[in-house]
Write a protein that binds this ligand. Structure first.
Ligand SMILES: Nc1ncnc2c1ncn2[C@@H]1O[C@H](COP(=O)(O)OP(=O)(O)OP(=O)(O)O)[C@@H](O)[C@H]1O
Length: 229
């Protein structure tokens, strides 16, 4: 589902690579944690997969598309295959919960009757049934992240990329979000989650990829957060 071949990203000429000769393969339906110290290149790697950044060298294949040869006009079609979730939720503050999620379908031209059934179903699935009319500021952090996950998943993309989705949440709320992402993964969605949350990584025992100064230094099946444990 995702393949990187010797991918390097250098932001500024002469700077150290943010991602340094990374190769990896992530199969359809896998759940992968991306760990590593701050600045090790996790967000850069996710941005490369979304084609928000272009690699300096190397090849990236996502959902059957070679991102180096993909024309710009095909990028929106690529992004429809990828849901993205961020630490800071990125909800539209003046829209309701329903509208935030519906918007993702409106912009890709889905008909109103489709939106009217799929949005409530998805909100129910993420545990927000009954809160459709609230605005983001009337929700807890965990609930706001559930809205963001509903928005990312409402189109049922084959891939979900999450950049520190529990970074702003307390441990109990984080666990709830993690369980939700796990449930989404079990529907067959490939999930890649960058995280600093050692408790969650240690508890879930999923595949762990570790970056250090841009290099992939560990690929561990049923892994833990820290490589020394
Ligand atoms: N837009 C940018 N322009 C220049 N340098 C950047 C840019 N984005 C990231 N970098 C640099 O690339 C390196 C990797 O950063 P990145 O954000 O990918 O790391 P990270 O592992 O996601 O960190 P964190 O855990 O703190 O989010 C860092 O040295 C960072 O300063």
């Amino acid at each position: 589902m995702i393949r990187l071949e010797n991918v390097t990203k250098v932001y500024a000429r002469g700077a150290r690579p943010a991602v340094d000769a990374v190769s990896m393969e992530i199969e359809r339906g896998e759940f992968v944690f991306l760990v590593g110290a701050s600045g090790s290149g996790k967000s850069t790697l996710l941005r490369l997969m979304l084609r928000e950044e272009r690699p300096t060298s190397g090849k990236i294949l996502v959902a059957g598309k070679d991102l180096s040869t993909l024309s710009n006009w095909k990028v929106p079609a690529l992004r429809r295959q990828i849901g993205a979730v961020f630490q800071d939720f990125r909800l539209l503050p003046n829209k309701t919960v329903f509208e935030n999620v519906a918007f993702a379908l409106q912009v890709i031209g889905k008909p109103r009757h489709h939106i009217a059934t799929v949005v409530p179903d998805t909100l129910e699935m993420v545990g927000l049934g009954g809160k459709e009319k609230r605005r983001p500021h009337e929700l807890s952090g965990g609930e706001q992240q559930r809205v963001a996950i509903a928005r990312a998943f409402v189109n049922r993309p084959p891939i979900l990329l999450c950049d520190e989705p529990t970074g702003n949440l307390d441990p109990t709320t984080s666990l709830g979000i993690m369980r939700l992402l796990d449930r989404i993964n079990r529907t067959g969605t490939t999930v890649v989650m960058a995280t600093h949350d050692d408790e969650i990584v240690d508890q879930m025992r999923k595949r762990v990829l570790e970056l250090a100064t841009g290099e992939l230094i560990r690929d561990q099946h049923r892994g833990v957060y820290g490589s020394t444990r």
